[in-house]
Design a protein around this ligand. Structure first.
Ligand code: C2O
Ligand code: CU
Length: 429
């Protein structure tokens, strides 16, 4: 199944998810956006080995990215693993996906990703469009071989030895077919009603600029982001969404004539990748929803209360004898620690990027407090878990880790950059 099954949870109600690995390669499951203890966060070396080890034994040469270092084994399980999520977090659209060290890109590309939607009373009280009027939209670009199989330019097709992609794809793998919820360029039949469209950019490397045409009344009314509801709705003509980012939006289809076709465009792309999908407006009339002026309360993380400022540079660099992507001159290693934040403290992280890097931090969401000499950008509001950085850009985020001591990662969510070592550890205590 692609995307994987959608899981729905409630805030405060612990959830256990058992993942069984019937694939020939190891997998690791991370709940992206989850406020999850280390043991269940899908640390990149905490593999679930295949039930049937034949393929692995046949292919495993145990070489790492630099061609000689053996891949370190973490807290490995065999055949299956139960991940435990306390769900002490706000309502939000999370997603789960593979996170195996050096091989996340090819596995997510082939379908190891799905949604996990968290609900809570605060959100329910708003009476937002539900049921048929709530549409989660998982956007992915993919490429296919002549036989219909997913085509990915791995250096090593066994997916167990040498990580990385062939040279033309070192900046990231882009597909030439746009899929929504696994379907190429689909249609969605909609009523004349207000819809809650919940977008996830699950592309490996493609940034999107989303726009609806003809433009609905009120445009795209943003009500939420990665970490759940915004304080107040924000109106956009178009919306940028980098890999792993989410946009929660209200769209009013009620003022279109019956039979109208409303196209979702990606204005960063051209040719056949310009169009993503179409909404076909039907006869049926459904409820219209007017967003309240206040959606939620967001406690601002005050930068003047920060106890430490850290700097991380996301740059091209060498990983062993190959070209890769690194943070502060260091390629990812499970054993080196880039930061030791104290639980409960506010920290400022200054991020520098030499290229487009969507930077994602595990464990807790953050707030964007500045970009260069300016304040946060138009798509930075609310609790974020991924910030989109442009070439040459510098941003500042305020973050406060809570509850769970242990080792976690932060990384670029361009999955090819991540696999080519643009990841680092922080250890909370
Ligand atoms: Cu969506 Cu560390 O990942
Ligand atoms: Cu990157």
């Amino acid at each position: 199944m692609f995307p994987g099954p959608t899981i729905e949870s409630r805030r405060g109600r612990p959830v256990a998810v058992r993942h069984r690995n019937r694939l020939p390669i190891p997998i690791v499951v991370h709940l992206h956006g989850g406020h999850t203890p280390h043991e269940s966060d899908g640390y990149p070396t905490d593999d679930i080995y295949p039930q049937d080890m034949t393929y692995l034994h046949r292919h495993q040469g145990m070489t790492g990215m630099d061609g000689h270092a053996p891949m370190p084994a973490g807290d490995v399980s065999h055949g299956e693993r139960v991940y435990r999520y306390p769900m002490q977090q706000r309502a939000a659209m999370l997603w789960y996906h593979d996170h195996r060290m050096d091989f996340t890109g090819p596995s997510v590309w082939r379908g190891l990703a799905g949604l996990h939607i968290v609900r809570d009373d605060e959100e329910d009280a708003l009476g937002l469009p539900r049921g048929r009027y709530e549409l989660p939209l998982v956007l992915t670009d993919r490429a296919f071989d002549a036989d219909g199989s997913l085509l990915y330019p791995s250096v090593d097709a066994t997916l167990v030895n040498t990580p990385g992609v062939t040279d033309p794809y070192v900046a990231g793998v882009l597909g030439d077919v746009m899929l929504v919820n696994g379907v190429p360029w689909p249609f969605a039949d909609v009523d004349r009603a207000t819809y809650r469209l919940r977008f996830l950019n699950a592309c490996n490397a493609r940034r999107l600029r989303l726009r609806l045409d003809p433009e609905p009344h009120d445009g795209l009314l943003q009500i939420g982001t990665e970490g759940g509801l915004l304080a107040a709705p924000l109106q956009h003509d178009s919306f940028e969404l980098a890999p792993a980012q989410r946009l929660d939006a209200l769209v009013d289809f009620s003022r279109f004539p019956v039979g109208a076709l409303v196209t979702l465009y990606d204005d960063f792309a051209d040719g056949r990748m310009h169009q993503i999908m179409r909404f076909r407006v039907g006869e049926r009339v459904g409820p219209r929803f007017t967003a309240p002026a206040t959606l939620s309360t967001i406690e601002p993380l005050d930068p003047t209360k920060a106890t430490v400022t850290r700097t991380f540079r996301f740059q091209r660099g060498s990983v062993g004898h190959r070209d890769g992507w690194i943070i502060n001159e260091e390629p990812f290693s499970p054993t080196s620690v880039a930061a030791r934040p104290k639980l409960g403290d506010i920290e400022i992280w200054q991020l520098f990027a030499d290229f487009h890097h969507p930077v994602h931090v595990h464990l807790d969401p953050f707030q964007v407090v500045g970009r260069g000499i300016y304040g946060p950008g138009p798509f930075d509001a609310g609790w974020k878990d991924t910030i989109d950085l442009s070439p040459g850009e510098q941003a500042r985020i305020a973050v406060r880790f809570r509850d769970h001591p242990g080792r976690f990662v932060f990384h670029c969510h361009n999955l090819e950059h991540e696999d080519m070592a643009m990841m680092a550890n922080f250890v909370t205590a």
